[in-house]
Write a protein that binds this ligand. Structure first.
Ligand code: ADP
Ligand code: ZN
Length: 436
């Protein structure tokens, strides 16, 4: 495939030039925040830093971090850097981990965000000849509006479906020959399941690529979706606090996502000490928004755990890459003293031939954690004897123990008994929190 870019000059800019651009933007952005956001100015003063101390990206480490709890404290207007009359949009987090956060956008902010999404669409081969079905939720959630805007910019015929109503979703996909699907990976897996159940083969639809993100998903899940929809599935990353999807996107090489680093300056830190770690280290991802006017977060701690790499990419883009985040530091469960990420469980399930329909239930009885994994059995197991099912449960528990180091109780539950998600999947029910 001939490599295409949406903004070639930026996407293939020599690294030194990008860094110089970042330095220049950072100096201006720090001044903008200092002048307009008393909340952050106060944090800077507490750390004894002024805009004069920030001469370029080498001084970034001097700035204080912002955390999700700062966003909650400052709710709703405390981090706003532009008068409300200059803002044209509000979006909000999906509230996966607590109270919602609201983010504000000027028209320029919306425009740059949509450019980022357009880069992602072009990177999967999208052109003005494509029909782009946006099945992320529309509304406060950033998924729908972001990809919708990007799709318009590329000139695709945009189907603003929003999530849900799978029957209509599939009908439009077929009738209007959608070629690119954008939604959460859980919803893509569900659409795949729906097609199979209704006897629609991947050859009966025109889809060629999917842009899936907003939640963690494994390589195994990617292969499952690619097979069930007959497409190539690409990852996209973002968060409301930094605008939405499109902060980073996958290219044809599919070895991590290019960060749109002309707009978002990334660091990896040790989540415990806050120390900046060298490239290639695993740690917490921190972003500084270099161009955002209305909601310009500096050194925002995402709590997403990942790795950055500047390894040369075959697609020709020079933008730094981030690995697929393994999950948020706050998605990580500590069960019987052992760190467990839902993504590890998903990897085992898919390797063992199960579908990614599962739920993890953790509770505490006395001083002991209980750890159950409910997994849907494959339809062919439905008629198995009780002893055959027990044997399957034991074998799956053994595979999970090998991966995690602790033993779960596995329950095989009937097909379709775990609620399907049209947005982000709910994988964990931690009842221990309810007792606190
Ligand atoms: P919430 O925090 O309520 O879920 P958002 O909708 O803004 O709010 O979600 C942003 C978060 O979603 C990111 O911080 C990250 O944890 C997760 N996320 C987004 N895209 C991806 C992706 N491609 N892979 C893994 N996680 C992702
Ligand atoms: Zn690339």
């Amino acid at each position: 495939m001939e490599q295409r870019y949406y903004q070639k000059e930026i996407e293939t800019m020599p690294v030194e030039q990008i860094k110089a651009m970042q330095s220049e933007k950072l100096v201006k952005q720090v001044q903008h925040v200092w002048d307009n956001v008393p909340y952050y100015r106060n944090l800077m003063e507490q750390k004894g830093v002024t805009p004069a101390d920030i001469k370029g990206i080498e001084d970034l480490h001097k700035l204080p971090f912002l955390t999700k709890s700062d966003l909650r404290d400052a709710y709703p207007y405390g981090l706003l850097a532009k008068p409300l009359k200059d803002c044209v949009r509000i979006q909000s987090t999906s509230g996966t981990t607590g109270r919602r956060v609201v983010a504000f956008y000027t028209q320029k902010d919306v425009d740059l965000w949509e450019d980022c999404c357009a880069r992602a669409i072009v990177a999967v081969g999208g052109t003005n000849e494509d029909v782009c079905q946006v099945a992320y939720g529309y509304g406060l959630f950033t998924g729908g509006p972001g990809l919708n805007g990007g799709s318009h910019k590329v000139g695709c015929l945009t189907l603003p479906m929003s999530s849900g109503n799978t029957e209509r979703q599939v009908q439009f996909m077929q009738d209007l020959n959608a070629t690119i699907l954008c939604c959460t990976p859980s919803y893509a897996a569900y659409i795949g399941e729906y097609l199979a159940e209704h006897g629609i083969s991947p050859d009966d639809i025109a889809l060629k690529a999917g842009i899936f993100g907003a939640e963690p998903w494994t390589e195994e899940m990617r292969r499952g979706i690619e097979k069930s929809l007959g497409i190539k599935a690409y990852d996209i990353y973002g968060l409301t606090e930094t605008s939405g999807p499109g902060v980073a996107f996958e290219c044809s090489e599919q070895t991590g996502m290019h960060i749109n680093e002309d707009h978002f300056l990334a660091e990896i830190i040790d989540p415990d000490t806050g120390e900046v770690l060298p490239e290639g280290s695993k740690g917490e991802l921190v972003f500084t928004a270099l161009d955002k006017e209305a909601f310009p977060l500096l050194r925002y701690r995402t709590r997403d755990i990942c790795v950055l790499s500047r390894k040369k990419c075959s697609c020709g883009r020079t933008l730094i890459k981030m690995a697929k985040p393994m999950g948020r530091s706050d998605d990580m469960l500590i069960i019987r003293g052992v760190n467990v990420f839902p993504s590890q469980i998903e990897t085992v399930l898919l390797n063992e031939g199960y579908q990614p329909n599962y739920q993890i239930v953790v509770d505490r009885v006395g001083n002991n954690d209980t750890f159950e994994v409910n997994v849907e059995m494959a339809p062919e197991h439905f008629s198995d004897t009780v002893s055959a099912l027990t044997a399957l449960e034991k074998s799956l528990a053994g595979a999970l123990k090998t991966m995690l180091g602790i033993n779960p109780t596995v329950h095989l539950v009937p097909p379709k008994s775990i609620t399907r998600s049209e947005g982000k999947a709910v994988r964990v029910i931690d009842k221990r929190k309810l007792h606190d």
